[in-house]
Ligand binder design. Structure first.
Ligand SMILES: [Zn+2]
Length: 455
């Protein structure tokens, strides 16, 4: 058991001063007024850790490699070709080193849990590993080594495009039969039982990569293993995807999903970027989560999710770093708001009637939505919740905000550097004074691999 005293802390019901958290086996078991003897003192403002709802860890290795333009011809689809080239060389050992580096970066920036949308399953030549879950285990090991919480989402990837198009060469490492995929999911559940602070769901890759029959089989299988297992899907990232779906199914992607899958609060729709009013209302009525990745969506030229209307009508959202062009929840939330300001030519849009501070509204809602998207006992600080928390640098924060209502606005809109000093996950400190114990070793191994892969 440990006790942590905070002069200032964002609890589930708002800001509080001089509180001691009692933490036992990773869970907050009491919140006591005042300083309790033998408590450790948090050296700054305490807020809940952020959940990253969407990550493809290996993509960290080529963040920044596809920014060289050729007269406006670059798009999501040319970026994808660069990704496939990288995958032609990447081993399970590489994957673990890359994920380790990435997860350290996430922790240092304030992500305390990550949902790994994991689709790199097979050997370089496309053949199965002796253990189907070899690649997934590399991710479990990276999470364990770094201390980040993990929701493993093995990806079902069946086809290259609508109409069950056969996979191309770049996709051979992703493809499983539905039966083999369900076996992989079962294997990941077994793995998860041996790695603490992890759980498992599934991720049907997209409607272009999965047909109706295999989608239903995978959903049924995972629901039999865990009725609350998260189910994530890429849904409407690109206009072309919407057009192809319309041509094949006669329906837009989200509409098709609403009509053909039983969406509920365990579903997370990643990049529901291109939706109409009916689809937006349908997502909200289903209680599914919108997984938004503002910096990746901007970087890939995807489009802008209608966040204003979605939140106004009671939708739930989470944020993800996806391609890791940015690994910083502050930047994701800043751009979530700025994109809306630029479209609507207004200010302070994503506040709510109950919470006038845009920064606080977005941080708390993204953390709670992220917790829901990972079916994890995280996202807010209260008795019974897991102790996943950040300590913000006391002296730097003093340069901005003088009263509670401005603290998270200052963090999200005005900070020019990382304000996270200490990070606790599941009751354990994993970052102290801005440093992670493995960061030097990890950086060395990562740069060696980068040299090798980009040669
Ligand atoms: Zn993605």
């Amino acid at each position: 058991m440990m006790k942590l005293f905070a002069e200032k802390i964002l609890l589930a019901d708002g800001w509080a001063t001089d509180k001691t958290l009692v933490i036992d086996k990773g869970v907050i078991t009491d919140v006591i007024a005042g300083f309790v003897d033998s408590a450790e003192r948090a050296e700054g403002i305490v807020i809940p850790g952020m959940v990253n709802c969407h990550s493809h860890a290996f993509q960290r290795a080529f963040a920044g490699f596809s920014e060289q333009g050729s007269e406006g011809q670059d798009s999501f689809w040319t970026w994808r070709n660069i990704m496939y080239k990288f995958l032609g060389q990447l081993t399970a050992e590489h994957a673990q080193v890359i994920a380790t580096q990435l997860y350290i970066e996430m922790l240092k920036m304030g992500y305390t849990r990550v949902a790994e949308f994991h689709y790199l399953h097979h050997q370089i030549d496309g053949k199965n590993y002796a253990q189907l879950s070899e690649m997934a285990e590399a991710i479990f090991k990276a999470a364990k080594g770094t201390g980040i919480g993990l929701t493993m989402l093995p990806v079902l990837y069946r086809h290259a495009g609508f109409g069950e198009l056969p996979a191309n060469d770049g996709q051979k490492r992703f493809i499983n039969s539905t039966e083999q995929f369900n076996q992989l999911v079962s294997d990941c559940f077994s793995l998860s039982s041996t790695y603490s602070n992890t759980n498992v769901g599934i991720a049907p890759h997209s409607l272009r990569a999965v047909d109706k029959k295999s989608l239903h089989s995978a959903v049924n299988h995972v629901r039999n293993l865990d009725a609350k297992a998260p189910i994530h899907i890429h849904i409407a990232e690109q206009q072309k995807e919407v057009e192809d779906c319309l041509e094949h199914y006669g329906e837009r992607p989200v509409q098709w999903l609403l009509n053909n899958a039983e969406l509920d609060e365990q579903w997370c729709l990643i990049h529901a970027t291109h939706i109409n009013d009916n689809e937006r209302k349908g997502i909200i009525a289903s209680k599914a989560i919108a997984g938004i990745c503002p910096t990746t969506e901007a970087n890939l030229g995807d489009g802008i999710f209608p966040t204003t209307e979605f939140l106004l009508e009671g939708g739930t959202f989470a944020i993800g770093s996806d391609s890791h062009i940015s690994v910083n929840p502050v930047e994701e939330l800043r751009w979530l708001e700025y994109a809306q300001r630029l479209i609507k030519q207004q200010r302070a849009i994503l506040a709510s009637p109950k919470q006038a501070s845009v920064g606080q509204n977005l941080w708390q809602k993204a953390a709670l939505g992220g917790a829901q998207s990972t079916n994890s006992n995280t996202g807010e600080l209260r008795i019974g919740k897991q102790a996943d928390l950040l300590v913000l640098k006391k002296n730097e924060m003093k340069l901005f905000a003088h009263s509670d209502q401005y603290l998270l606005d200052s963090l999200i809109f005005a900070s020019q550097q990382n304000m996270v000093s200490d990070v606790m996950v599941n009751g354990q400190w994993v970052v102290r004074g801005g440093q992670h114990a493995l960061e030097q070793d990890s950086a060395k191994q990562f740069t060696d691999i980068l040299e090798h892969l980009s040669a």
